[in-house]
Design a protein around this ligand. Structure first.
Ligand code: RBZ
Ligand code: NIO
Length: 352
């Protein structure tokens, strides 16, 4: 086993159980049968426990889109060419991608981070934090060194801390990287022992033949690299991605400061699993936004015992599903803030 130096990983504060209980007590006084607002009630309690506020302030919110390229694209595992990664990064910074549209609607700011795109990109709206120009081809060698994987996580921690320093109180994870469903599937196999056939999906839309090939590529990457399932940094370095490492860091950085983290689809959820394996205390800060169509997403959520809030048959990534869950978090807070209690409204309580 690799001896991992983890002294750079921050401590994560425990959640506030008193405020969680106070939120439940308040919910139970509101003019509705107890528990009848279902997931909204659970979210209000989780947000209260994370923030320590009965009515959490989650007004200033951001989606962080980590972008990186994948050497494994040389194996022909995606329906789209690798050039789409830098092209989509420019689309994000110009505000034209799906996540930009949905984020505007949800009152969220989009921060795109070049953590590993295989192109020289510059734009005032782009956070340039490149660790390297894409990963190596994991079907032939380790995608990254341990140092590079650690550097990617550190970038994520720093970006989250920078945004929290600017007042952001709710963070969603997003990513862009052609080939990253292949890396995510390999990581999920490494962590869980699942077979590629159970974790590999259609990604950007590959057909049956390519799907079989993608399964074989994942199998080969695991065979060539033998990632240690008990060492999350080893898994990330050998069969992961720079943007996935960045998201691991975002999750750790947000949790460190008591900021709730809304997880997007398959790739983001695999990043969350890596974060949980690295730092188990981040788990209670995670909110799963939606169940992606991508095969393997249910498995990774089950592995973390997370329940997705939305089921919209989406399979895009970028943080699109995560920002769609923001209005529901607002609903959970509004219920806590505005709804009348039985006593206030003069409504009779439960009889039996
Ligand atoms: C135009 C376009 C926009 C996207 N936005 C997110 N993805 C998504 O697709 C990629 C993963 O799929 P695969 O592993 O099959 O390459 C990631 O970049 C993911 O964010 C996109 C993909 C495309 C083509
Ligand atoms: O669920 C996702 O995040 C996803 C699925 C397919 C392609 N890109 C992203």
């Amino acid at each position: 086993m690799n001896m991992m130096q983890t002294n750079w990983i921050p401590a994560i504060p425990k959640l506030n159980d008193e405020v969680r209980q106070a939120a439940l007590d308040h919910q139970n006084q509101l003019t509705k049968p107890q528990g009848s607002l279902g997931v909204l009630e659970q979210l209000s309690m989780q947000l209260a426990a994370i923030t320590g506020q009965l009515v959490p302030d989650i007004e200033k919110r951001a989606v962080i889109v980590m972008a990186g390229d994948h050497g494994v694209c040389a194996e022909g595992v995606s329906a789209f060419p690798a050039e789409v990664t830098p092209q989509m990064v420019m689309n994000f910074v110009h505000g034209g991608a799906a996540v930009n549209v949905l984020a505007r609607q949800a009152g969220a700011d989009v921060y795109c981070v070049d953590i590993g795109v295989n192109a020289d990109l510059e734009h005032p709206n782009l956070l340039s934090r490149k660790v390297k120009r894409g990963t190596a081809n994991m079907a032939k060698e380790a995608a990254m060194s341990h140092e590079e994987a650690e550097a990617a996580i550190r970038v994520g921690i720093e970006v989250a801390e920078q945004l929290i320093g600017e007042g952001y109180r709710l963070i969603a994870t997003g990513e862009m990287g052609i080939g990253n469903t292949t890396a995510s599937s390999a990581m999920l196999c490494a962590f869980t022992g699942l077979h590629p056939e159970d974790t590999v999906g259609r990604g950007t839309g590959i057909g049956d033949e390519l799907w079989k090939h993608k399964c074989d590529v994942v199998r080969q990457a695991l065979h060539v690299n033998t990632p240690d399932p008990n060492d999350a940094l080893d898994v990330l370095a050998k069969v992961g991605g720079l943007e996935i490492g960045g998201l691991v860091g975002v999750i750790i950085g947000a949790a460190k400061h008591g900021v709730p983290i809304v997880i997007d689809g398959f790739i983001s959820s695999v990043a969350a699993l890596a974060a949980v394996r690295l730092v188990p205390d981040v788990h209670p800060y995670l909110i799963s936004s939606h169940l992606s169509e991508e095969r393997g997403h249910l498995a990774v959520l089950r592995e973390m015992e997370l329940q997705p809030v939305l089921h919209l048959n989406m399979r895009l990534g970028e943080g699109t599903g995560a920002v769609l869950a923001f209005p529901l978090l607002d609903s959970a807070c509004s219920i806590m803030r505005e709804m009348a209690t039985f006593a206030q409204a003069g409504v009779s309580g439960k009889e039996a």
